[in-house]
Design a protein around this ligand. Structure first.
Ligand code: ZN
Length: 129
């Protein structure tokens, strides 16, 4: 059966990524933000209103029922978390212009964890060019 202990959490990681970009000193290029865990996702969307993170969680909860008849639950009890993470994807690619992330006024970077809370690692890679 599905784990009742799994907690879906989300964090606005925009400022931490901005700091990484600043430290890297890349004037122009691409910034890839990738979470290194298979029940997590990275998404560019509006972060000014935290309810958007909640709404995304709720929508995925409706789309991916827990408990469901998922094969992975037979061995690891967190199939829904893997499916939600797969739908959103593990990474985003954001342009870097004039040494800063090119994001729209209302855009930020969300980290979603569907089988948490846990300590998670996000890799930020800068490609100059
Ligand atoms: Zn699993």
């Amino acid at each position: 059966g599905a784990s009742l202990g799994a907690v879906s959490v989300f964090r606005d990681i925009t400022e931490r990524v901005r700091e990484s970009v600043k430290r890297a000193g890349v004037a122009r290029g691409l910034c890839q933000i990738m979470v290194l865990h298979s029940t997590c996702a990275v998404v560019v969307n509006e972060t000014a209103d935290p309810n958007i993170g909640r709404d995304v969680q709720d929508a995925l909860g409706r789309a991916v029922p827990t408990p469901g008849d998922w094969l992975h639950d037979r061995i690891d009890d967190n199939a829904a978390a893997h499916i939600k993470a797969s739908i959103l994807g593990p990474s985003e690619l954001v342009p870097v212009v004039d040494g800063a992330l090119l994001l729209g006024t209302w855009q930020g970077i969300w980290l979603f964890e569907f089988d948490g809370p846990r300590t998670r690692r996000v890799a930020v890679h800068l490609l100059a060019g």
